[in-house]
Ligand binder design. Structure first.
Ligand SMILES: Nc1nc2c(c(=O)[nH]1)N[C@H]1C(S)=C(S)[C@@H](COP(=O)(O)OP(=O)(O)OC[C@H]3O[C@@H](n4cnc5c(=O)[nH]c(N)nc54)[C@H](O)[C@@H]3O)O[C@H]1N2
Ligand SMILES: Nc1nc2c(c(=O)[nH]1)N[C@H]1C(S)=C(S)[C@@H](COP(=O)(O)OP(=O)(O)OC[C@H]3O[C@@H](n4cnc5c(=O)[nH]c(N)nc54)[C@H](O)[C@@H]3O)O[C@H]1N2
Ligand SMILES: [Mo]
Length: 686
């Protein structure tokens, strides 16, 4: 048998990360023994993060779920006994049919998010739930405010290739810990610096990315829009604006100028942001006078109540200095929207025309506990770990504990969410299935083929919904399409970007670039906004009844809210850890050991005032809940700001509650997104 031979296969990393790496997977005797980077991948070029280099430990983890199971203990206890696939599917179908009869199909809610970026398995449930008439999930946890904000000012497709920044002489990394969340941008930044570029990081706390920067600006969280208005104030007053570009390619400059000068003098901006005036001016002059200014904007600054506006406002900066006309200059936020697949077809929206109730995923807790019209009676979770990753964690878990809720969880590993399931279904990892991958940090497409057979009885998402559709008596042809057929449907799109994509080459494992020009602009420097220009004055914002101009609005949970701030005087950031990816690597002991103890960073001034010493177990709390972590007393964070890198599995923390117990389900100003970094807390010794 070929089983004993050693094979090296090419595939793609499916995890929710902008880099979407090309991988080389070594398989010996039918087992994955090594995972490395594919040197032939045009963007990721042969290196990968240590998390995925360790992914075989997750693949063969003792926490893997290998067989379908039925709950035997209480909800949340995580005790199960094995059943067959047939029993599991019959039971799910029987429950669904009964609920449709008694409460209507809208009492059923699919719940999925970022387990895989693969076009087939990420969207696998849509046709099924649309056909069923279930409630629709608004998948808002991650980027809707950022995407909408960027689209308003610069157009959704505008993002300069990250590799261009190698030729920049002034790089600003704004609200992004690239050493954790965009590792392939790191060598680009290092190369630019070697050629003499200056690098400025805008982030409220010092992290690994700070080592790459010449200067760090540490604004108070949630004040980026004010900071950007301050930078504009200097650019305009000192006449460092690129006049030709502004005249030809932007809309609304005069109105912007008026607001910036009248409402955002540096003295006020400095008060709001906590950044010294001199530092704001230095950033403006450096960026404005650079030969090739490059701006990299992360998602995190959008995860505030005013987050859409923050992104809109920061996005004005590269336009004011004409960065898009300067080789090596530009701006990058995300490339995801350039993958203009035929999503209508992939999801079955074109066939089933769904018009059922919509539920925002950020609000799962209150939905399960309060919604009556009709109440949610069944939840089908896949590609997602809601018991760990959602805000209002206490309420989410209370909701999941409801005895009259029928919960199915399709998972790879025994997460906190699995503990609440009535039926657990085993899912394979991306090393065990076929899919087509887009990226949100570069412009390449790739098909990933399975490196090994699915472990145990694991079945991929697509297969599970095909089988469930049969059980429900759905006879439409779309439920029988193969994975390859779905990929072809995705690519069958009028988009110019996909016009030259060759499916046969993709199927043969080749990487293909979208037909996107530098900066993601169309000929004649057309931006993908309604006017084709950069919109300082946004008519789409005006249409939504929003302020058509950029500006700063304080958040409800911020020091500006004096009453709340007196009770809970610390702003909490809960950003990604370099060793985790959302909650995915909570399953891997080696990754947990690399971090050591779960900590919260607190400034020495704040620690002293609370009699907290380094290493103390502390209680972080607010009106929504609490969680216990170990104090890391450090001036890597500002006074008034505490930082808990995330996302630990709650069951691995002392007390069994995660940092997301502290997060509110308040939504962003645009797109109905999450406000993960916009929460006030207090900390005491436990
Ligand atoms: N290692 C690792 N990689 C990941 C992930 C992970 O969990 N771990 N998650 C993946 C996912 S799902 C996503 S969406 C992406 C991007 O995920 P994001 O959550 O957007 O992460 P970053 O872009 O790195 O942004 C985090 C940085 O923004 C800073 N920040 C927070 N609030 C503010 C603010 O108000 N202003 C400013 N200027 N900065 C602020 C934080 O201090 C932190 O350093 O990363 C993906 N890649
Ligand atoms: N504190 C804090 N909370 C956050 C964030 C933060 O920065 N800080 N970031 C937020 C953001 S940006 C995001 S995107 C979310 C991410 O939240 P999620 O989308 O829940 O992502 P993960 O935590 O990685 O969990 C994905 C789960 O899907 C499973 N999975 C993977 N592939 C498959 C598959 O093919 N089939 C099935 N059935 N399951 C699969 C994995 O085993 C894993 O348990 O978290 C949000 N929550
Ligand atoms: Mo995300």
């Amino acid at each position: 048998m070929g089983n004993a031979e050693l094979k090296v296969l090419r595939t793609t990393c499916a995890l929710d990360c902008p880099d979407t790496c090309g991988l080389r997977v070594t398989v010996e005797g039918g087992r994955v023994t090594q995972i490395g980077g594919d040197p032939n991948h045009p963007f990721t070029r042969g290196f990968i993060c240590h998390k995925v280099a360790n992914y075989h430990r997750r693949l063969y983890s003792p926490l893997r779920i290998l067989h379908p199971m039925r709950r035997v203990g209480r909800k949340g206890e995580g005790r199960f006994s094995p059943i067959s696939w047939n029993e599991a599917l019959d039971e799910i179908a029987a429950h669904f049919k009964k609920i449709v009869e008694t409460d209507g199909a809208e009492a059923i809610l699919p719940f999925s998010y970022g387990g895989s970026l693969g076009i087939v398995h990420r969207n696998a449930g849509h046709r099924f739930f649309y056909r069923l008439g279930a409630s629709r999930l608004l998948r808002t946890i991650c980027d809707p405010a950022a995407t909408a904000g960027w689209a308003m000012t610069l157009g959704k497709n505008t993002s300069t290739d990250l590799t261009q920044a190698e030729h920049s002489d002034f790089i600003v990394i704004w609200g992004m810990n690239i050493a954790a969340t965009s590792v392939h941008f790191v060598p680009v930044v290092k190369a630019a610096r070697k050629r003499g570029a200056l690098v400025v990081q805008v982030d409220p706390y010092r992290n690994r990315t700070s080592h790459l920067a010449d200067e760090q600006i540490m604004p108070r969280p949630g004040t980026d829009a004010a900071l950007a208005m301050g930078v504009m104030n200097v650019l305009i007053r000192e006449d460092i604006v690129e006049g030709d570009f502004v005249r030809e390619s932007t809309l609304g400059y005069d109105a912007l100028r008026e607001r910036v000068l009248s409402e955002f003098p540096l003295e006020r901006v400095s008060r709001i942001t906590g950044v010294p005036e001199q530092q704001i001016a230095r950033l403006a002059r450096g960026f404005g006078r650079a030969r090739a200014p490059f701006l990299r904007v992360g998602f995190a600054l959008s995860r505030h109540e005013n987050g859409g506006m923050a992104i809109r406002t920061v996005a004005c900066l590269p336009a004011l200095v004409g960065a898009f006309g300067k080789p090596g200059g530009g701006a990058h936020h995300e490339t995801g929207p350039c993958f203009e697949f035929n999503y209508e077809r992939v999801t079955g929206e074109d066939e089933f025309r769904p018009a059922t109730r919509e539920i925002n995923m950020v609000k799962l807790g209150e939905t399960l506990l309060e919604e009556q019209n009709p109440p949610v009676k069944a939840l089908f979770v896949y590609n997602c770990n809601p018991a760990a990753i959602l805000p209002e964690q206490k309420r989410v878990r209370e909701g999941l504990r409801r005895e009259d809720l029928f919960t199915v969880v399709h998972e790879q590993v025994h997460t906190d969410t699995v503990d609440f399931a009535d039926i657990v279904l085993p899912a394979p990892t991306f090393l065990e299935y076929l899919d087509l991958y887009k990226s949100y940090g570069h412009h390449y497409l790739q098909i990933g083929a399975p490196a090994v057979e699915a472990l145990g009885e694991a079945k991929p998402n697509w297969e599970v919904f095909r089988l469930l559709a049969q059980r429900m008596g759905f006879t439409e042809a779309c439920f029988d399409h193969s994975e390859y057929e779905v990929m072809r449907q995705a690519l069958d799109s009028p988009s110019d970007f996909l016009a030259e994509t060759d499916f046969e080459k993709l199927a043969a494992g080749e990487t293909q670039r979208l037909k996107v020009a530098d900066h993601g602009l169309t000929p004649g420097m057309k931006f993908s906004t309604p006017s084709g220009k950069v919109e300082f004055y946004s008519s789409s914002a005006a249409d939504l009844g929003l302020d058509p101009l950029p500006g700063y609005v304080p958040c409800t949970e911020s020091p500006e809210n004096l009453e709340l701030h007196r009770k809970f005087p610390l702003q909490l950031l809960a950003p990604p850890s370099i060793h985790f990816l959302s909650s995915t690597f909570g399953a891997v002991e080696e990754q947990r050991r690399r971090i050591g103890r779960p900590t919260i960073k607190i400034h020495p001034g704040d620690a002293d005032a609370r009699n907290i010493a380094a290493g103390d177990l502390v209680r972080v709390f607010n009106a929504r809940g609490d969680c216990q972590l170990y104090a890391e007393v450090t001036d890597d964070t500002r006074e008034g700001v505490v930082v808990a890198e995330s996302i630990w599995w709650p069951k691995h923390l002392p007390g069994g509650r995660g940092i997301n117990s502290l997060l509110s389900s308040r939504l962003t100003d645009l797109g109905g997104g999450s406000t993960i970094h916009c929460n006030l807390v207090e900390v005491t010794r436990a």
